[in-house]
Design a protein around this ligand. Structure first.
Ligand SMILES: Cc1cc2nc3c(=O)[nH]c(=O)nc-3n(C[C@H](O)[C@H](O)[C@H](O)COP(=O)(O)OP(=O)(O)OC[C@H]3O[C@@H](n4cnc5c(N)ncnc54)[C@H](O)[C@@H]3O)c2cc1C
Length: 461
């Protein structure tokens, strides 16, 4: 049966409640796309379940009727992962948004998959703890979406990504059965680490309904610094020297000149517009160590020719300096109607060369690009400022992206450091992985979801 069949809709309403099954075009329109520019799907039927039991019942019904299921959190994804496919049912988990428990003795937090990332960190902070992964979208993204994309954030250099904090998952499998994977034990080597299979699986293997997360004690002190440079190479050399000095700061983020100008237009922080690179640096930990590291990082930045190094005097100034980086995407997005943001990643020592390559790939095609990102992780966000209504310009953007991807792979990099493959990058995945690894991934998908009902068309054709 089709998802729009009245008998199917009746059963969905019986499971989730009539108010939580959306079918009218005006209600379902916002579920037809995510944060990825120029990607739209057909209008789906949307179900907003309120519990794991309801998710399982919906998936069982979909499996029995052969209806594809596209799981969705807040739809902030940047690779088209939650864009609906033909004839699908969108299972949107935002009603399942509870932080269920914080356990300070075991340093864990249990939450439903629709909980907002920032709410998870806030719940941890209330106990003097913190949840380190901080994607730029954390005020809106769900923890289920973070797990499905293995999201990273500004603190990734020191603290890692979502995978490093997932201790357990509750997952509804493609046949509607419920699996509980992992536990609160710090050590557990019983069998395959199945939870890891679901982290980063982009909704193609199962629906995450609950998470058990590891927390850390909140660092007692933090120092934020902002340095500006006459060249991207000087900023990159600063990063290399900091790491070589055995300092692992929590944040080493950069903006290029174009991004810097857009941020200044938008946030009016008082940044100099005539510099080629800006580096946001942050160190946290024991107060004495933080003071020492901040002093040494400032010295290194100056030795590498930083024109200016500002050290935040207090939390308020730190937040203001961090705004320069946190507002980069919004600032760029104001410039043209369409913003195409990529997340290619290269080994850290290749980042400066890659930024130069991106600028040339854009300039030679008459395109405007701003690049910012996680310098300490080698993770770049080249952001093309364009207009999807201009077919010729879009063709040039895609051509530039092809060149950027080819160069990234030649440098030993990856097509995606944090946004996932989804629809946007699947054409490049085999090129990066090679036939054997790509086929192995497909066989995992076939083993778990033999009928291909979960998020069809994502990651693979
Ligand atoms: C302004 C902005 C800044 C961003 N900054 C960052 C950043 O710093 N780092 C980063 O990594 N990403 C970033 N992103 C991308 C995006 O926010 C993340 O990928 C985020 O994890 C998506 O969460 P979501 O709830 O919006 O998921 P959605 O976009 O709804 O879904 C994303 C994918 O996860 C799957 N999915 C969602 N929920 C579940 C679930 N419960 N079970 C199984 N599969 C599920 C979907 O099917 C889809 O494939 C940013 C996006 C924006 C718009």
């Amino acid at each position: 049966m089709r998802v729009s069949d009245p008998a199917v809709l009746e059963r969905l309403r019986a499971i989730a409640g009539a108010a939580n099954v959306l079918t009218s075009p005006e209600d379902t329109l916002p579920y037809g796309f995510d944060g990825t520019a120029a990607l739209k799907g057909p209008q789906p039927v949307v179900v907003l379940p309120g519990s794991t039991e309801e998710v399982a019942a919906v998936v069982r019904l979909a499996a029995a009727e052969g209806i594809p299921v596209v799981t969705r959190g807040s739809g902030t994804g940047l690779s088209g992962g939650s864009v609906p496919s033909e004839g699908c049912l969108v299972l949107c988990l935002v009603r399942m948004d509870k932080v269920l428990a914080v356990d300070p003795a075991n340093l864990t937090l249990r939450a439903q998959a629709g909980a907002i990332t920032a709410a998870i960190d806030a719940a941890a902070q209330a106990h003097g703890l913190f949840y380190p992964p901080d994607p730029g979208s954390m005020k809106i993204s769900t923890i289920g979406g973070n797990v499905a994309e293995n999201s990273g954030g500004l603190r990734g250099l020191k603290y890692g990504v979502t995978r490093d904090y997932v201790m357990g998952l509750e997952v509804v499998l493609p046949d509607g059965s419920v699996a509980r994977l992992g536990n609160a034990c710090v050590k557990d080597v019983a069998g395959y680490s199945l939870k890891d299979l679901f982290i980063g699986s982009e909704g193609t293997l199962g629906v995450v309904t609950e998470v058990l997360l590891k927390l850390l004690p909140k660092p007692a002190a933090r120092r934020t610094m902002l340095a500006t440079y006459g060249s991207m190479e000087a900023a990159a050399d600063t990063v290399s020297d900091i790491i070589a000095a055995r300092i692992i700061p929590c944040t080493l983020e950069f903006l290029d000149r174009v991004t810097l100008g857009c941020v200044e237009d938008y946030a009016k922080i008082g940044l100099p517009r005539d510099c080629e690179a800006l580096l946001l640096m942050e160190t946290d930990g024991h107060p004495a160590a933080v003071e020492d590291e901040a002093r040494r990082m400032t010295e290194i930045a100056r030795a590498r020719g930083a024109r200016e190094v500002r050290v935040a005097a207090d939390e308020a100034e730190a937040a203001r300096l961090a705004t320069a980086r946190r507002s980069a995407f919004s600032a760029l997005a104001r410039v043209r109607p369409t913003t195409i943001l990529e997340d290619v990643t290269v080994p850290r020592d290749k980042l400066a060369a890659m930024v130069g390559h991106i600028a040339r790939a854009a300039a030679s095609r008459g395109l405007k690009v701003g690049t910012f990102g996680h310098m300490g992780d080698g993770n770049l966000h080249p952001t093309f400022l364009t207009d999807e209504r201009d077919a010729d310009e879009m063709a040039r953007v895609h051509d530039a992206l092809e060149e950027i991807v080819a160069h990234t792979l030649a440098l030993g990099g990856t097509i995606t450091g944090e946004h996932g493959v989804g629809l946007a990058k699947k054409a490049w995945l085999r090129r990066q992985m090679g036939d054997a690894s790509h086929d192995l991934m497909r066989s995992v998908k076939r083993a778990l979801d033999p009928r291909g009902l979960l998020n069809p068309g994502k990651i693979f054709d």
